[in-house]
Design a binder for this molecule. Structure first.
Ligand SMILES: Nc1nc2c(ncn2[C@@H]2O[C@H](COP(=O)(O)OP(=O)(O)OP(=O)(O)O)[C@@H](O)[C@H]2O)c(=O)[nH]1
Ligand SMILES: [Mg+2]
Length: 304
């Protein structure tokens, strides 16, 4: 049994959020739908398969002038046109950068609408650079509201992202590839949970463990599988430690050369520092373009 079409909805809110969502969706188009929300039409360029919600009450097409309340209001007004998409969705993945107007004002509003309709809501929110005090104060307010309207809200430090981007010599706004890899891994894991008809409630119960949650990604080669775990441990996108975690959804991806022993070795090592009663769902996936490489993606929850 496969999941219904439209069951997984990726939503980008605001400029940075739309970039992240578009890139993430391009890697798992067959498994998910894409919704982009912004007051700036240029955010919709390059996403031909997206459902776009353009929220420009004033007609200037240039953002919501850093006014989160305006963005919230505009979203409420424009919501009707995307309701069918939201109603089909069982899982919503919201991507946004906080600190501006649109992401800060509209992301928690869409999360709340979806959650109230019984949709499982996972949000990934970029937090501004520390040297942007006004943006930081807007973001702080927005994050608590997004957090309370999501089942899991993962904070991503844009500073950390920028640091990782420098290591990879890419632009931080494009999420340095991390966000895409995370979302792709999550979507395929979720779709797989749907496919093998593992009760979606199991996944919910993992994701909803009380405490903090974070997303993890680690990559490496089949030659040194241990390096995947090490990287996954050392580069969570938030500053949380995964020790003592109560829940874990983990997916290992590799090429046709990935073996069961890779899978055992890596997942065992990865969950070894977690709580002895940690509830774990594991998935594995192979694709031809991953020959020689391995990638671990995980949602870790119930963190102190
Ligand atoms: N340093 C730096 N930070 C940026 C830049 N662009 C975006 N950000 C950060 O990303 C956050 C979100 O930005 P956007 O996604 O563009 O904001 P938005 O939601 O579209 O907001 P409005 O355009 O005001 O409606 C901001 O708070 C900044 O912290 C940039 O070029 N440089
Ligand atoms: Mg903008």
């Amino acid at each position: 049994m496969t999941m219904e079409e439209g069951a997984i909805l990726i939503v980008g809110v605001g400029g940075v959020g739309c970039i992240w969502a578009t890139q993430a969706h391009s890697r798992c188009q067959e498994l998910s739908e894409l919704l982009l929300i912004d007051a700036d039409e240029s955010s919709f360029e390059g996403a031909s398969t997206a459902n776009c919600l353009f929220l420009d009450a004033g007609g200037e097409g240039k953002g919501s002038a850093a006014l989160p309340m305006m963005a919230t209001h505009r979203l409420r007004e424009g919501l009707d046109s995307v309701m069918p998409l939201i109603e089909k969705a069982e899982i919503m993945l919201i991507l946004t950068g906080l600190g501006g107007g649109m992401g800060s004002g509209a992301s928690s509003e869409i999360a709340s609408v979806a959650k109230n309709r019984g949709c499982l809501v996972l949000s990934i929110a970029g937090l501004p650079f520390a040297e942007q005090p006004l943006r930081c104060s807007i973001a702080n307010e927005a994050i608590s509201s997004l957090d309370s309207n999501s089942h899991v809200c993962i904070r991503v430090s844009m500073e950390r992202l920028a640091w990782q981007a420098r290591q990879r010599k890419t632009d931080w706004i494009t999420g340095s590839g991390w966000i895409e890899e995370l979302i792709e891994g999550l979507v395929t894991t979720i779709a797989e949970v749907g496919t093998i008809n593992l009760d979606l409630m199991d996944m919910r119960s993992i994701i909803e463990k009380p405490g903090n949650a974070t997303l993890i990604v680690g990559t490496g080669t089949t030659e040194i599988p241990g390096s995947v775990v090490e990287m996954a441990r050392n580069s969570p996108l938030s500053e949380l430690e995964i020790q003592g975690a109560k829940g874990c959804l983990v997916q290992l991806e590799g090429g046709p050369d990935m073996t069961l022993s890779h899978l055992d070795q890596i997942t065992d090592a990865f969950v070894s520092s977690m709580d002895p009663d940690c509830q774990v769902i594991m998935g594995a996936r192979t694709s031809d373009d991953m020959v020689g490489r391995l990638r671990l993606v995980a949602v870790v929850s119930g963190l102190g």
